[in-house]
Design a protein around this ligand. Sequence first.
Ligand SMILES: Nc1nc2c(ncn2[C@@H]2O[C@H](COP(=O)(O)OP(=O)(O)OP(=O)(O)O)[C@@H](O)[C@H]2O)c(=O)[nH]1
Ligand SMILES: [Mg+2]
Ligand SMILES: [Zn+2]
Length: 346
Amino acid sequence: MKLIRKRKLSDHQNRRIKTQQQSNIELSSQSLARGLVVTHYGRQFEVKLTELPEVAMIQPDPIAGEPESFWLEPAIGEIWRCHARTNLEPVATGDEIRLSLDPNTGQGTIEAILPRRSAVMRPDRYHNLKPVAVNLDLMLIVYAPLPVPSSELIDRYLVIAKVSELTPVLVLNKSDLIEEDQQARGWLDDYESLGFQTLITSASGDLSELEALIKGQTVVFLGQSGVGKSSLINTLEPLAAQRINQISDNSDLGQHTTTTSRLIDFNQGALIDSPGVREYGVWHLKPEQIDLGFPEISEIAQHCRFRNCSHAKEPGCAVKAAVTAGEILERRLLSYEKLRAEAVAF
Ligand SMILES: Nc1nc2c(ncn2[C@@H]2O[C@H](COP(=O)(O)OP(=O)(O)OP(=O)(O)O)[C@@H](O)[C@H]2O)c(=O)[nH]1
Ligand SMILES: [Mg+2]
Ligand SMILES: [Zn+2]
């Protein structure tokens, strides 16, 4: 049997193909609409039309004696079901795209992804990098007293926010339950003193502070399943009608109510609901990128005796000294070491 070897394209070839694709888009752009990806189900996308094709689409006159054929008139603001061309990289919620429309079937085809201003990426279990949501301004990292939070997961999100050049905001939701668990509350103070923005909310309470913070921006809600991401979104925008977990005893049963990211228009910006996660791998990152989420550690590390100090057993380690002196939290150093090791390993 003959082995088929995948041919690697040279940089030059890649550039030429890109230019070619670009000019194809420009050539046909008059007949393409523009849209915003609202959500996706497997290979199907829901796209909101934001610009109609320059060349008007005209319904043909019905043939005499025949019944009028199906025709869906494209209109700005309407949602069209679409497939994506298979040569495109994975399309994500929040993507601005060019699409062709077929009014005879009411289906669209995503022809090109417009440049993204930001992207939150996550490796799947096969180590393929997938976009969670794109074209974002703000990342809300939501946690709650219940389900039992993980500070390591919070640390991972902070790294992802910094790598994606997004402002993270740590949101402690279910404020009505805080009394029972002071640890979650203590963490919020910890992160605030590290310079991160924080907020306490209750999905059934007054969300005006959150509302003011996110006005006009595209905001993704991330966090464990059951922390109340969809509930917060429904309170902010009741029209969103996002399904929420009906089990209200706040145990962490009945996980993963939201199964796909969805964009909801809100106050001159947008909210993006996302499915809860149990873990968030950082294999795809470089060890130096982990430092971005740990400003307090990377700053003090400059004073370690050895430039490549791993803050383990080396003499003259300023980080270890700072942990002993109570200036760096031990749990933060443990997260840092774990994430660095994960980033190195891949
Ligand atoms: N006590 C209390 N319960 C809340 C609050 N916010 C949400 N809940 C409850 O927490 C449960 C989970 O809420 P969801 O909004 O479905 O959580 P989610 O983060 O969207 O979860 P996934 O979609 O699975 O990722 C529901 O039973 C909500 O009613 C809150 O502020 N206080
Ligand atoms: Mg949800
Ligand atoms: Zn050190």
